[in-house]
Design a protein around this ligand. Structure first.
Ligand SMILES: C[S@@+](CC[C@H](N)C(=O)[O-])C[C@H]1O[C@@H](n2cnc3c(N)ncnc32)[C@H](O)[C@@H]1O
Length: 283
């Protein structure tokens, strides 16, 4: 069996053109943060776990490695093939992780199923109605079940010195994402969403991450950021937020800006809730 990070890297090397490559790169880039998130989650429950919007499985596989039984669900079958492959490389054939295609807003799972933990990492920022996902987690958990949601909040970040082209592209990305229902500031809303769905004992953490790095023309960091922005090009241009020429010009300006040292600070929110009540009207 291979160390988890090594399994991700080998899988990425063997599949250079895989769909949703940026998500695979993100699973590798945020590895230390995922270690912390999975550790905090595992302190609160021994599972079994339902991981919603599991992607390439960074939380699901870590929890399975800690001995929890895990089912990861995602609506994108392609990433689930990757998650299965990475899980079997790092956990071996006896892995307690399964991966199933499903929509987190309409789970094919009965109410108050055997799951004791429902998790979602970086899913809520992408869905039109995050309350639907949180309510689904409440529905499938039994009494005493725990929900753990981890997500972004761009209001908790800073970059110094700023790159004007990147700042403008980031604003356009955020506006476009909120136009289709996503939300780059969903982190601060998670506690209210948990309480609104019926969860009690809501706990909230901000997990900071910072790095001081040299960004230079042609660097891997700039390439990955440009690739991530490129995925939104059609939407940003199509909704008239930026013209094609302006979008491409800003990306080129960012890619070719002179090398310099930049301090990046990001904060993401992790919140827990416990299902203690059974509403009288529930089926
Ligand atoms: C940013 S990725 C996060 C993946 C993973 N949890 C992580 O932390 O790397 C969001 C994932 O949610 C999935 N997703 C988006 N909307 C979904 C929905 N309604 N039901 C299930 N999965 C969904 C996407 O396919 C994608 O894999």
């Amino acid at each position: 069996m291979t160390e988890l990070l090594e399994a991700y890297r080998c899988f990425a090397d063997e599949h250079p053109g895989i769909p949703e490559r940026w998500l695979l790169d993100q699973s590798i880039g945020l590895a230390s943060l995922y270690d912390v998130v999975a550790g905090l989650i595992a302190q609160r429950s021994s599972g079994p776990v339902l991981d919603l919007g599991t992607g390439y499985g960074p939380i699901a596989i870590r929890l399975a490695a800690m001995g929890l039984g895990v089912v990861g669900v995602d609506r994108d079958e392609r990433v689930l093939h990757g998650a299965k492959d990475i899980a079997s490389r790092s956990l071996g054939p006896s892995a307690r992780a399964q991966f199933v295609t499903a929509d987190a807003t309409r789970l094919p799972i009965p109410a108050r199923s055997g799951f004791r933990l429902a998790t979602a990492s970086l899913l809520l920022e992408h869905v039109a109605d995050p309350a639907e996902v949180v309510s689904e987690a409440f529905r499938v958990l039994g009494p005493g079940g725990i929900a753990a949601f981890f997500d972004v909040d761009d209001g908790l970040g800073a970059e110094h010195p700023q790159t004007p082209a990147l700042l403008r592209l980031g604003e356009a990305l955020s506006t476009w994402q909120s136009g289709y229902g996503g939300d780059r500031r969903v982190g601060r809303k998670i506690p209210g969403l948990l309480a609104g769905a019926g969860f009690d004992d809501v706990e909230v953490y901000v997990l900071p991450q910072a790095r001081f790095s040299v960004t230079s023309p042609g660097s891997e960091e700039r390439r990955l950021t440009a690739e991530h922005l490129g995925r939104a090009r059609e939407g940003i241009v199509g909704t008239g937020l930026l013209s094609e020429e302006r979008f491409d010009g800003l990306v080129a300006e960012y890619l070719h800006a002179p090398a310099r040292q930049v301090c990046h600070i990001e904060g993401r929110v992790l919140a827990f809730g416990r299902r203690t009540r059974i509403p009288a009207s529930s089926p």
